[in-house]
Design a protein around this ligand. Structure first.
Ligand code: 5GP
Length: 303
């Protein structure tokens, strides 16, 4: 049976219904962008104030704040109270005074966003490699940067997974082409550096990124990316560090001595770091490092 044409009033109602569904979807997309960190709540609010017809403008302020990662309903309600904005208010419907209060709050909060770039450093043989391998295997959403190095692969190391093993000429080329975020000669022997393009891409996509590098590299990252969180991995004790270094048995005695000398210098730098994690047990240390990535800036207490 062919349906009869609907009277005009129903047509209007159907069109309005479709428009409402489209608007709801557009608002859901904005919330999704904010909750997945592809976009800040401040950016969305600004878009709403610039265009009163936009999805952002029709978003309730509670929904906008509720989409911010780590702001649950209780905190959202408290903040709404502090800002004196009623539950029903939409972003586009805020008066000038409320807009400026909300903007100030979002700007201030943005400064307290968790740092998505974490640098893990620490003395040689403390277990940085083991902790980062654990993070690679158990926290796949964290991107681990793969460094370039001029040293030769050890047994079991895979090019492109553990390092990019490159020649001196290739390393020179990377420096000249400004492809490295930082680089250093480590243990007075080989050069190691962090390729920059994959990091920029991952951060732009809202991913959390971790670098496992030496102290000189960590200091360089602090200069070029001050928002990075520097984490220092500590051994439970100096004796344990020596035991781990000798126990690994991969280096000649002179090399071991050279690494112990570096370790002493590196341990002395621990107070330059934003946070310290003691590597007693790899799973626990890895968890602490990942948790630091989610903590708001300024909330990192040294342990
Ligand atoms: P290994 O040769 O044992 O793999 O690493 C030696 C040292 O080089 C470690 O302390 C490690 O953190 C450091 N390292 C690895 N990749 C980089 C890098 O890209 N930049 C810097 N500065 N150090 C790195």
């Amino acid at each position: 049976m062919t349906p009869r044409p609907a009277p005009p009033a129903d047509v209007d109602r159907a069109a309005a219904g479709r428009a409402a569904i489209a608007a709801r979807r557009a608002r859901a997309a904005v919330k999704q962008e904010i909750s997945s960190r592809r976009r800040t709540a401040l950016d969305a609010a600004q878009a709403g104030w610039n265009d009163p017809e936009s999805a952002e403008a029709s978003l309730r302020v509670t929904e906008l704040l509720g989409s911010v990662p780590s702001l649950g309903p209780t905190r959202t309600a408290r903040i709404m109270g502090e800002l004196e904005i009623s539950d029903k208010k939409r972003v586009g419907g805020l008066g000038i005074r409320q807009r400026s209060k909300l903007r100030d709050w979002l700007v201030q909060r943005q400064g307290a966003e968790p740092s998505r770039l974490v640098v893990l450093a620490g003395p040689t043989a403390v277990g940085k490699g083991t902790v980062s391998a654990y993070i690679r295997d158990n926290y796949p959403d964290v991107m681990l940067s793969v460094s370039a190095t001029t040293r030769k692969p050890r047994p079991g190391e895979v090019d492109g997974v553990h390092y990019y093993f490159v020649s001196d000429e290739e390393f020179d080329r990377k420096i000249a082409a400004r492809e490295l975020l930082e680089w250093a000669v480590v243990h007075n022997s080989y050069r190691y550096g962090t390729p920059r393009p994959p990091i920029d891409a991952a951060l732009a996509a809202g991913r959390r990124v971790m670098l496992e590098i030496d102290l000189q590299g960590a200091r360089q990252v602090r200069e070029v990316m001050p928002e990075a969180l520097l984490v220092f991995l500590l051994p439970p004790s100096w004796e344990e560090l020596v035991r781990r270094l000798i126990g690994r048995g991969t280096e000649q005695p002179e090399e071991q001595q050279r690494r112990l000398d570096s370790a002493k210098v590196e341990l002395a730098a621990q107070d330059e770091f934003d946070a310290k994690v003691v590597n007693r047990e790899v799973g626990q240390a890895a968890r602490e490092v990942v948790e630091l990535m989610d903590a708001p800036a300024g909330a990192h207490t040294s342990r």
